[in-house]
Structure formats: structure tokens, C-alpha cells
Design a protein around this ligand. Structure first.
Ligand code: C5J
Length: 222
């Protein structure tokens, strides 16, 4: 057990029972022409975290931590895409439409893939999820139980949507959750700040937050 300096208080890391979960670091959210941009967002705000997510991934791999990647995506026949989700808002391209990087947020398409710099290595778990939360309609819960994981270290995008939704799902299921500040981003910096603040408020009501250098130092000693 090693303590990670964190807010609202130290996070007691048990490397045997912890996993790094990297949420939705896909081209569709981070590169021009993808889903994020069709919604009117500046994707450079989220692609900026790639070097820090990479540092975290490399440290987790070196420490022998379980590594999990998620991807928000849908089946090619759209059978797992609720009409409400497809029709929400006024994007220039909807989920399933043909875009410059293939069909938007469809499993197997180029734009749906995880960024090459952060690509899963053989043996790492990849969870395809149709919702914002990674536990909804996926095998994530069973996979974590079968590996004896009780702690989740979070990175990825976007902080207040898929990251926070998954953290809340995990917190309700009894996992200790830690979000790494420099390894998560939003298209709206104020929303990222608000999410960090609400996660660690009230004695860590959803979980902990920590700076990446403090997490890396603990992993080095873990
Ligand atoms: C969004 C996500 N923002 N991965 N997805 O629609 O946060």
C-alpha cells in the first residue's frame, strides 16, 4: 500500500487491486472531423492531454497495473443507439453518418479508434460502450470483479461527461475512484474545474483527485 497525495485526502493505493481506466481517447473526440467537432467544439482543448495520458499509461504498464480502455461507439446497424441520442442537438453530422474519418462513432471505423499514441497493448481490456457511463450495457463490472479490482484511476475525456458519469457509476458500485487532473480534459475548461470540485467535495463524495506527478511518484514506489 502506498499513499498518493490527493484531494480531499491521501488515496491509499493498492497496486494489486487497482486499474488505470482511460476513457474514450478516440479520434472522434480529439481530432478535427470527428464527433466532438461536429458538435461545435474546439478539439485542441482535449487533444492537449495526450502526452500526460501517455505518461500515465507507461507508468501503469511498468508497475504492472491492470489497464482498461473504453470507447464510446455503436453497432454498424445502430441497434444500440437510442433515437434520442442520435437526434439530440444539432450536430453537422449525426452518429452513424459518414464523416471524413468514416462513420461517426461506429465500431471498427477509423475515426472511432483510440489514438495510436495511446493504443491498447495486447492483453489490455477494451470496453466498447454505447452510453456515457462505462458500466451501462457493457461487461466492465464482471471484468473488474473477475480481476479482483477495487480501485480505479481515471484519465480521459471528457471530464464532465463520460469520465464523471463512469466515476459516479463506479462509486455507487463500491470502487474507490481517483481522477488524474492533468490527464483529463473538457471542451469547456470551466466544466472540467466544476467536475473536479464536485467529485472531491463533501469528503470525496464521488472520489479523489490528484496531480499526475504525485500519481507517477506513487506508482514508482508501488
Ligand atoms: C461525450 C465523452 N462528451 N466521451 N463523450 O459525448 O465524454
Amino acid at each position: 500500500m502506498v499513499d498518493i497525495k490527493a484531494q480531499p485526502f491521501a488515496f491509499p493505493l493498492n497496486v494489486e487491486k487497482a486499474a488505470l481506466i482511460v476513457i474514450d481517447m478516440q479520434r472522434d473526440f480529439t481530432e478535427p472531423g470527428g464527433f466532438g467537432e461536429t458538435l461545435g467544439n474546439d478539439v485542441s482543448l482535449v487533444s492537449a492531454i495526450v502526452p500526460d495520458v501517455k505518461r500515465l499509461l507507461e507508468a501503469a504498464r511498468a508497475t504492472g497495473l491492470t489497464v482498461i480502455h473504453t470507447m464510446e461507439c455503436h453497432r454498424p446497424d445502430l441497434s444500440d443507439l437510442p433515437e434520442a441520442k442520435r437526434n439530440r442537438g444539432n450536430p453537422s453530422l449525426r452518429i452513424g453518418d459518414q464523416g471524413p474519418m468514416g462513420r461517426i462513432l461506429i465500431s471498427g471505423e477509423y475515426g472511432t479508434d483510440i489514438l495510436p499514441a495511446l493504443a491498447p497493448t495486447p492483453g489490455e481490456l477494451v470496453i466498447e460502450k454505447p452510453g456515457k457511463g462505462a458500466f451501462y450495457a457493457t461487461p466492465l463490472g464482471d471484468e473488474l470483479k473477475s480481476r479482483g479490482i477495487t480501485q480505479l484511476i481515471f484519465a480521459g475525456v471528457t471530464t464532465e461527461v463520460c469520465v464523471q458519469t463512469t466515476m459516479r457509476e463506479a462509486n455507487d458500485r463500491g470502487y474507490d475512484c481517483l481522477l488524474v487532473e492533468e490527464a483529463t480534459a473538457s471542451y469547456f475548461p470551466a466544466f472540467k474545474q466544476a467536475a473536479l470540485d464536485m467529485i472531491r467535495a463533501q469528503g470525496g463524495i464521488v472520489g479523489w483527485t490528484a496531480h499526475i506527478d504525485d500519481v507517477l511518484e506513487a506508482l514508482d514506489h508501488g
